[in-house]
Write a protein that binds this ligand. Structure first.
Ligand SMILES: CC(C)(COP(=O)(O)OP(=O)(O)OC[C@H]1O[C@@H](n2cnc3c(N)ncnc32)[C@H](O)[C@@H]1OP(=O)(O)O)[C@@H](O)C(=O)NCCC(=O)NCCS
Length: 199
C-alpha cells in the first residue's frame, strides 16, 4: 500500500497509510483540466470519447456548481461532473464520469464524491439525476432502473445500466423519449486568423 511520512508534534517520523492522509473534495478549477483528462484516460481508456454519454457532454459545460475534484497531497485523484439534460420533456442532470485514481480506490472516495454531488444537486433545487453505470455500485446511492424504461440515449447503450434517482418525489414520473443535452455551450478554443498565423 502507498505510504506517506509525516512529522508528529514531538518531531518523530511516522508512516501513514494513504488512507490516513487527508483527501479534499472541492469545486473543479480550470487548472484541473490536464490532470482530470489524464485521470479519465487511465480509468476509461482512450476510447472513452466514443462512448454514448460523451455525446451529451460534447461542446457543453457541466451544470453550474456541480463539478468536483478530489485532491490528495496536491494531486488530483478523483472527479465527478453533472450535466444538464432534457429527459423526455423533464429537466434532469446526467452524472458522469465518476472516476477515482486506481491508487486511491476502496477508501470511500467514490462514495464521498457521489454523496457530495447528490447533496449539492439537491441543494441547488434539481429534481432528478440520471446515469449510465453499474447498478450494483450505484444502487447504494438510491439509483435504480425504475422509470427509465421509456428513455433512450443518442447512441447504443445497455438498457439495464440506465439508472435514475429522484431528488424530488415524482420528478421522473412518466418520462419518455430521447435524453438530450441542454447545458451551456463551452467556449470553443480560438484558432488564430491566417493573418495572425503569418505574423
Ligand atoms: C467506481 C469507482 C469510482 C469507485 O471508487 P472508489 O473510491 O473505489 O469507491 P468506494 O471506495 O466508495 O467504494 C468501493 C466499493 O464499491 C465497489 N465497487 C466499485 N466498482 C464497482 C462496480 N463497478 N460494481 C459494483 N461495485 C463496485 C467496491 O467493490 C467496493 O465495495 P465494498 O464497499 O463492498 O468494499 C472507481 O472504482 C473507478 O474510478 N472505476 C473506474 C471508472 C468507473 O468505472 N467509473 C464509474 C462509471 S462512470
Amino acid at each position: 500500500m502507498t505510504t506517506a511520512l509525516q512529522k508528529t508534534a514531538t518531531n518523530n517520523t511516522v508512516a501513514l497509510t494513504i488512507a490516513a492522509t487527508p483527501f479534499a473534495i472541492r469545486a473543479e478549477r480550470g487548472s484541473d483540466i490536464a490532470a482530470r483528462e489524464a485521470l479519465l484516460d487511465v480509468c476509461f481508456g482512450a476510447s472513452r470519447h466514443a462512448r454514448t454519454c460523451q455525446r451529451l457532454r460534447d461542446g457543453r459545460l457541466p451544470a453550474e456548481g456541480l463539478a468536483f475534484s478530489v485532491v490528495h497531497q496536491g494531486r488530483l485523484v478523483g472527479t465527478i461532473r453533472l450535466w444538464h439534460v432534457d429527459a423526455g420533456g423533464q429537466a434532469a442532470l446526467m452524472l458522469g464520469p465518476l472516476a477515482v485514481d486506481p491508487s486511491c480506490r476502496e477508501l470511500g472516495i467514490g462514495a464521498e464524491l457521489m454523496n457530495h454531488a447528490i447533496a449539492a444537486a439537491k441543494a441547488l433545487g434539481h429534481g432528478a439525476v440520471i446515469l449510465l453505470g453499474d447498478e450494483p455500485y450505484y444502487s447504494r446511492f438510491g439509483f435504480s432502473p425504475e422509470k427509465m424504461e421509456n428513455l433512450s440515449l443518442p447512441g447504443p447503450f445497455e438498457r439495464h445500466r440506465l439508472l435514475g434517482l429522484e431528488l424530488r418525489a415524482g420528478a421522473l414520473d412518466g418520462v419518455a423519449g430521447l435524453i438530450v443535452a441542454t447545458g451551456r455551450a463551452a467556449k470553443r478554443a480560438r484558432t488564430a486568423s491566417p493573418a495572425a498565423r503569418a505574423a
